[in-house]
Design a protein around this ligand. Structure first.
Ligand code: TYM
Length: 331
């Protein structure tokens, strides 16, 4: 049985990209493997949330994980900051993580561009904390979207470097994983290639969006002026709509609109209407559960407590071993 781990930053509600890139994989794997799922709230501090927002976001992600089908009795579902062992391993790994390699990381360079006034050390060492998250449970399979591939490569580097440095094989190598096929990237509705929480307004469909909001977002999605003759090439924004359709609609529906595109008879308004309805059918059971679970404080605190206990047991063992390997010994 392999150890599987994944996490999501608590910076806002979960969207379809999070669901198809990561959560759906967790849910499928939780009964066959030793699974850890967590809410990355230390990571969310890089953008300086207020205490109120921090707590609200963590709670919301917890509710949405549960609504999406993660079973807290089977898997270990926890909040990162409930497991301080992670912070200790992060500190230890930081001693062997180098400025040059951290600065070369694509997500760091992107943050420097996007938030030049807040290039903090936490952003630079973000991949080190992520490596600590993964190897604290000695996980090998990490279900994530395509955008996390480089972070996983770095986690492997830090795990292997630790092993080399201390002449041990204590940490196995973790790999990015998708249940069915290659790692995926769900596009946004604004024509950009990625659905994300911090992209433009209207880019993302959230699991908690109601039908009215979904229809509005989809109807406003970027397209082009449409094919003028059969066999024309598809523009990126239209490809994006088809990718979303492939995720939520039946094969017949996708084939029907693809055929219409090929023949240059397509009306984007019809495609959008169908896409919106298929997204609504897909998300409405999730939304109902989100509302139901979100009202149950007692259940949420029980889940968080149980998750923290299970996660700390595993993390505590790793930290004891690592301290011994590094040479911190009791007198
Ligand atoms: P985050 O919070 O940005 O995203 C959470 C998960 O959702 C996936 N994802 C997507 N997948 C497909 N298409 C998209 N448009 C899309 N947008 C997001 C991400 O790939 C990710 O799997 N650093 C991580 C959180 C993290 C973590 C970890 C993950 C912290 N420590 C350890 C795994 C293991 C992050 O910011 O993900």
């Amino acid at each position: 049985m392999e150890t599987v781990l994944s996490g999501i930053r608590s910076t806002g509600n979960l969207h379809l990209g999070n669901y198809f890139g990561a959560i759906r994989n967790f849910v499928k794997m939780q009964h066959e493997h030793n699974c850890y799922f967590f809410i990355a709230d230390y990571h969310s501090l890089t953008t300086h949330p207020t205490p109120g927002d921090l707590h609200r976001n963590v709670r919301q992600v917890l509710v949405e994980y549960l609504a999406a089908g993660i079973d807290p009795e089977t898997a270990t579902l926890y909040i990162q900051s409930d497991v301080p062992e992670v912070a200790e391993l992060y500190l230890l790994l930081n001693m062997n993580a180098y400025k040059g390699e951290l600065e070369r990381c694509t997500s760091f360079k992107e943050k420097v561009r996007k938030q030049p006034d807040n290039v903090n050390a936490g952003l630079l060492t973000y991949p080190v904390l992520m490596a600590a998250d993964i190897i604290i449970h000695r996980a090998t399979k990490v279900p994530v979207g395509k955008d996390q591939e480089q972070h996983l490569e770095m986690a492997r580097t830090f795990a292997n470097r630790f092993n080399r440095m201390y002449k041990t094989d204590y940490f196995p190598s973790p790999y990015a994983f998708n249940f069915e096929q290659a790692l995926i990237k769900i596009p946004g509705l604004d024509g950009s290639t990625k659905m994300g929480k911090s992209e433009s307004e209207g880019n993302a469909i959230f699991l908690a969006d109601d039908a009215r909001v979904i229809r509005k977002k989809v109807m406003r999605a970027t397209t082009d002026s449409g094919p003028e003759k059969p066999g024309e090439k598809m523009s990126q924004p239209v490809k994006n709509l088809f990718s979303l359709m492939k995720a939520v609609s039946s094969k017949e529906t996708v084939d029907h609109f693809q055929e219409e595109f090929k023949n240059a008879t397509i009306r984007y308004g019809d495609l959008k209407k169908q896409l919106a309805e298929d997204i609504i059918s897909f998300t409405s059971p999730l939304r109902e559960k989100i509302l139901e679970i979100g009202a149950d404080n007692e259940y949420l605190s029980k889940v968080a407590k149980m998750g923290a206990e299970k996660a700390r047991e595993s993390a505590g063992k790793t930290i004891r071993d690592v301290r011994e390997i590094i040479g911190f010994r009791k007198f």
